[in-house]
Design a protein around this ligand. Structure first.
Ligand SMILES: *Cc1c(COP(=O)(O)O)cnc(C)c1O
Length: 410
């Protein structure tokens, strides 16, 4: 097995590239013709691997899936139209009315809304616990729990849970652990080695290669015995470790219809080729900026798991090694100062999204979490004094200069 970057660039040699193109072409075709009626029958019955219709599979999308399978070490991968499509497809595959999800309130905003509003209306219960409290996780799981769901690093609270410890608790109950690994990606966090059964990625973020396209990925690590799942057990004998992705492909994914476009898949395959370089650069910049902010007199507090005074420092080192991602948060005196700083920046852009090539700053209280009441915001770890900075890959000196001149104006 080659290293991460070599695999990302050369890992899958597609036989399907006419003219010897070095890049897999964008197959802008909805449908695929077959040699004769027998062949098309076999393709529809799944007896012969072949593409039939691009909502179900497409060669450009398959190339992205196969590269991610090699990079993650998972057994099966499904690419979908967005990170939210990856989460909703996965929960639809595992849960049903009367079941529950054990999770934390510290979740990506739309994930929280999907669980509390959309899925709740269909009879799925959500149970919130602290992912640092193993006995609470243990107590919340019962025979109707369809999964334990967490984020490998929470956004914007930037907490890191001990996935192996949670996996041991979930596994004891025969429940799979699903982790949204968007902010770390398989480059920084090997979810399979840390007890995660299903990994979710919003490929919109680091993988897209610079905020180019929206996409999502579901990876089955092949670690869960699907005969333990109430919903999937009847298929487990036939599909073994592929059961979850097989059911998605045969039913849920094609019925929901949130497929990734071949164009987006091509952009994201290109993004994967430079993923490690971009991550190394943004993590290094983020740590330097965290040190700068934590020493600045106008900054009340700086939060980054790579700072040794962070509560998550120890577990971040253990799970991620020396790099802790490209996002930090910091607190100023009040909302007014936050707005003033944002408005005085010249290089760092005022926008949502993270892990772009451009550094982006946002005030989560008044934007991403605007739909929640103050009490809910506080309980989700959002403060009116907090700014989130997603560090891009610009020259760090320029970013620090930009922040410095902004802070001097406060
Ligand atoms: C952005 C994001 C999502 C949602 O992804 P989309 O591609 O925007 O649908 C889910 N989880 C996390 C952690 C994210 O940052």
């Amino acid at each position: 097995m080659t290293g991460f970057t070599t695999t990302a660039i050369h890992g899958v040699r597609s036989k399907e590239t006419p003219h010897g193109t070095l890049r897999v072409p964008i197959y802008d075709s909805v449908s695929f013709e077959h040699e004769d009626s027998k062949a098309i029958q076999q393709a529809f019955e799944g007896k012969r691997p072949a593409h039939t219709y691009s909502r179900i599979s497409n060669p450009t999308v398959t190339h992205l899936e196969q590269t991610l399978r090699l990079l993650s070490g998972g057994v099966a991968v499904l690419a979908v139209s967005s990170g939210m499509a990856a989460i909703s497809n996965t929960i639809l595959a595992l849960g049903s009315s009367g079941k529950n999800i054990v999770t934390t309130r510290h979740l990506f905003g739309n994930t929280l809304s999907l669980f509390e509003k959309t899925l709740f209306a269909w009879g799925l219960e959500v149970r919130y616990v602290s992912m640092n409290d193993m006995s609470a996780v243990d107590a919340a799981i019962d025979k109707d729990t369809c999964c334990v769901f967490l984020e490998s690093i929470t956004n914007p609270q930037l907490e890191v849970a001990d996935c192996n410890a949670i996996s041991a608790v979930a596994g004891k109950h025969g429940v799979p652990l699903v982790a949204d690994n968007t902010l770390m990606t398989p480059y920084l966090f090997n979810s399979r080695k840390n007890g995660v059964d299903i990994e979710i990625l919003s490929s919109t973020k680091y993988i897209s290669g610079g905020g180019t396209t929206v996409g999502g990925i579901i990876i089955d690590n092949g670690t869960f015995n699907w005969s333990q799942s109430a919903k999937l057990k009847e298929y487990a004998t036939q599909y073994g470790p592929m059961t979850c992705i097989a059911r998605l492909r045969q039913e849920i994914y094609r019925n929901v219809g949130a497929c990734l476009s071949p164009h987006n898949a091509s952009m994201q395959s290109l993004g994967l080729e430079t993923l490690s370089l971009r991550i190394d650069k943004s993590c290094k910049g983020c740590l330097e900026i965290a040190h700068f902010l934590s020493r600045h007199p106008s900054v009340m507090a700086t939060h980054y798991p790579g700072l040794s005074n962070s509560a998550s420092y120890g577990i971040a080192r253990k799970q991620f090694g020396s790099q802790s991602g490209g996002i930090l948060t910091f607190d100023l005196k009040d909302t007014e100062q936050c707005f003033k700083l944002m408005d005085s920046l010249n290089i760092i852009r005022r926008a949502t999204n993270v892990n772009d090539n451009k550094s982006l700053i946002i005030h989560p209280w008044s934007t991403i979490f605007a739909e929640y009441c103050d009490e809910d915001k506080y309980s989700t770890g959002i403060r009116p004094t907090m700014l989130r900075l997603a560090v891009g890959i610009e020259d760090t000196d320029d970013l620090i200069k930009d922040l410095k001149q902004g802070l001097e104006q406060l």
